[in-house]
Each structure stands twice: as C-alpha cells, then as structure tokens.
Design a protein around this ligand. Structure first.
Ligand code: FPP
Length: 241
C-alpha cells in the first residue's frame, strides 16, 4: 500500500485534528461546515488505520479548552459526535474496532455520555484496533487526576511514596493499558502540543502538516506514516554503531 512498510508500523498514532474553522472560513462558510467535513477525514483515517494494521488511534476531538467556544458551536460538535457514533457502530463491529474515550467525560451532556458508554460496551470484545477519542480532555488535568489517585493510595497505605515509579504514573493516567504514541500528527501548521497527552509523548515522533483537517485524507495520512518510517528512533540513546 503506497510503499508503506507494514513490518515497521507505528503501533499507536495520536492526532491533533486542527483547522476546521479555517477550512470553512476560506470558503466563506460557517465553522460548523468545517467540523462536518472534518468528520469525513475522521472516517477515512479510522478506515485506513484499520486497513494497514494500526493497533491504537487516539483522536483529539474535544479539549477542555473547547468548552470556552460559543454554545452553538459546542452543541454542533456534540451533535456531530452523536451522529458519528450512531453511523459508525456497525462498521466498528464489522472491523473489530474497540471504541473508548479519555477525558473528563462526566462533563459531557448526558445523552452523549450514554451513547459513549453504549458504544464502548458494544465494542468491548473487539480486538483488532482501539479507537480512542479524547473528549473534554486536557493533559494537565489528566496528570492532576493521576496525582490524586496515587495520593489516595499513599494515604490509605496501599502504596509507599518510594514505591512510586514512572509505571505507577503511566498506569494512573486515562490511557492505562495503551502504549505511548509512536507518532503524533498535527494538522493546520501550528507548532503546539495544546495540552495533549503531555506525559505520553515524551519520545513520540511529531509530524506537522499545513493541511487543514478537512483536507487531511488517506494519501497524506500514509505520507505521514512513511515519513515516520524514515526516522531513526533512539529514545535518548546514541546512534547504533
Ligand atoms: C479544530 O478545528 C477541531 C476541533 C475543535 C475538534 C475536531 C472535531 C472534529 C473533527 C469533528 C468532531 C469529531 C468527531 C470524532 C465526532 P478548529 O475549529 O480549532 O479550527 P481553526 O483552528 O481553524 O479555527
């Protein structure tokens, strides 16, 4: 498939999907159209990931900071999320995709929460790929929540402070059980992390493209993976002799 080395795939790809608003603005359309077209990119990236054999895909669909957007935009994003979940359930079931979320989902509207847990439950036995949506997600909030969990274990004497390791922290994050991302993609040309997976991306390769999210489709997704495959990952060690 377009020269992708299937032996050297990233196991976990995380994506900051940015530029929906600018995509709409360029066409003198309402921002909501940008989000609607962004859904087609989501669908294409999920399908392609499954086709080539990516094990984990994490998409930044709604950040903690996104709550500050006007109510009509937040409502539109929630409605898009609901129709995405309803429309994609069959395909997730057919393709062995397990759905899950990370973030403070308790802040989401109740009908969205119900649909999210329904989708997670119905797909929980699927084993071929994990589609992980970050919703009401913030990296610092995630670390803060982990800190509180760990502190409670220390307070109840289940854990001694000197026993806390990096693994204890990783295991206390929302991403428990998911390996750290190998590749982080950000669209729309911003050189920022925007509070995404702060702990988990310590050694992640980063690919930034000027393409706006609604235009980010299969071809460029595969190009990002190919670029990843050219890089030499050293995890802080020196070059191999
Ligand atoms: C950034 O565009 C994108 C988001 C706010 C989140 C991404 C949301 C989608 C792709 C649609 C919903 C997703 C799912 C999975 C149902 P922006 O509005 O910040 O763009 P701008 O920076 O150009 O204004």
């Amino acid at each position: 498939m377009s020269n992708i080395n299937l032996e050297k795939l990233p196991k976990h790809i995380a994506i900051i999907m940015d530029g929906n608003g600018r995509w709409a603005k360029k066409r003198a359309l309402n921002r909501i159209y940008g989000h609607e077209n962004g859904i087609d990119s989501v669908r294409e990236v999920v399908r392609t990931s499954r086709e080539i054999g990516i094990s984990y895909l994490t998409l930044y669909a709604f950040s903690e900071e996104n709550w500050k957007r006007p109510k009509h935009e937040v409502d539109a994003l929630m409605n898009l999320l609901k129709s995405f979940l309803k429309n994609e359930l069959d395909e997730m079931l057919e393709n062995g995709i397990r759905f899950q979320t990370i973030g403070r989902s308790g802040k989401l509207p109740e009908d969205v929460q119900r649909l999210l847990s329904d989708t997670s439950d119905k797909t929980s036995q699927n084993k071929d790929m994990v589609l992980n949506l970050a919703l009401s997600y913030g990296g610092r909030q995630e670390i803060l929540d982990a800190f509180q969990k760990i502190f409670m274990r220390v307070e109840s004497r289940v854990l001694r402070p000197e026993e806390i390791t990096e693994q204890t922290i990783s295991d206390s994050l929302y991403t428990t059980g998911i390996p750290d991302p190998d590749l982080l993609i950000r669209t729309s040309g911003e050189y920022r992390i925007s509070n995404f997976l702060l702990w988990q991306i310590a050694y992640t390769e980063i690919y930034i493209t000027p393409t706006l999210w609604p235009d980010f489709r299969k071809e460029e997704y595969l190009a990002a993976i190919k670029e990843f495959q050219k890089r030499e990952r050293r995890f802080g060690a020196s070059e191999a002799e």
